[in-house]
Design a protein around this ligand. Structure first.
Ligand SMILES: CC(C)(COP(=O)(O)OP(=O)(O)OC[C@H]1O[C@@H](n2cnc3c(N)ncnc32)[C@H](O)[C@@H]1OP(=O)(O)O)[C@@H](O)C(=O)NCCC(=O)NCCS
Length: 233
């Protein structure tokens, strides 16, 4: 049975392997400072974006401290992905009422992807654009058994987390290249990637988990390399 809760209890903790350090915020930190390159990256952005970016960076730096890494700039890299210090992998997410970051040593995890969304149905007509027929059937079935979770939104969030985890490995996914299947009791999901790039990477294993409260959905994916068939470019 899915246990939903409100408030600001930690959400990311427990969704990732122990090598990952997480930090999250349910309110914005007005005092959080940005490094000059970071500030430059968002100077023309709207206020809501600037605030989310700032708190996301503050979460990332708090998480890095947990790994013993002193505060450093985290520039906006290729394709919007955060540029982590050497030897570090990580991911950042923000949505209304939530900001989170997760980091790990690259020797422990190959990559991370996290995503947060409101626990609300996707806007009309979005589901067919992001879900395969089998996934739509799964969403319908799960919605009938646990209506408190917006499974369409959870599917979207999980695909975003998968996208973010694969991007630093040099693998660009689209919605139709990833087929997800949820385990409602274990709060986990399986990911099947239908891309030539991943066929050459049998050693990549994923830990993929989710959680939901009355208001939020959070998903987290960690990639681990076996004998190293996939390397970050
Ligand atoms: C980039 C993307 C994943 C961001 O997700 P989102 O739900 O819109 O927003 P979130 O707040 O959760 O995440 C934003 C953060 O993701 C990170 N991010 C952005 N681009 C990224 C990328 N290419 N790779 C990894 N992380 C990325 C950044 O840290 C960003 O925050 P920041 O700009 O403050 O640093 C999304 O906009 C996107 O382009 N998705 C690809 C669509 C797709 O094909 N998905 C399905 C694949 S299975």
């Amino acid at each position: 049975v899915t246990r939903l809760s409100g408030g600001s209890a930690p959400l990311l903790a427990g969704l990732l392997p122990p090598a990952a350090v997480v930090a999250e915020a349910f309110q914005d930190d007005d005092g959080a400072a940005l490094f000059p390159d970071e500030a430059a990256a968002i100077e023309s952005a709207v206020q809501t974006r600037r605030v989310a970016f700032r708190t996301g960076r503050a979460c990332a730096r708090r998480a890095l401290v947990g790994l013993g890494v002193a505060p450093v700039p985290i520039a906006v890299g290729t394709g919007g992905a955060p540029r982590w210090p050497a030897g570090i992998v990580g991911s950042i997410t923000h949505c209304h009422g939530y900001r989170g970051a997760a980091v790990a040593r690259a020797r422990d995890l190959a990559s991370l992807g996290i995503d947060a969304e409101p626990n609300q149905p996707l806007p009309h007509r979005v589901l067919p654009r992001i879900a395969l027929a089998s996934e739509r059937a799964m969403v319908r079935e799960l919605a009938a058994s646990e209506p408190r979770v917006c499974w369409d939104r959870l599917l979207f969030s999980a695909k975003e987390a998968v996208y973010k985890a694969y991007y630093p490995l040099g693998i660009r996914l689209t919605f139709s290249l990833a087929t997800l299947s949820f385990d409602a009791n274990a709060h986990a999901f399986e990911v099947q990637i239908d891309s030539p790039a991943t066929l050459a990477s049998p050693a990549l294993t994923l830990s993929a988990r989710w959680t939901a409260t009355d208001h939020l959905i959070v998903t987290a994916v960690a990639c681990q390399l076996g004998d190293g068939h996939v390397r970050a470019p």
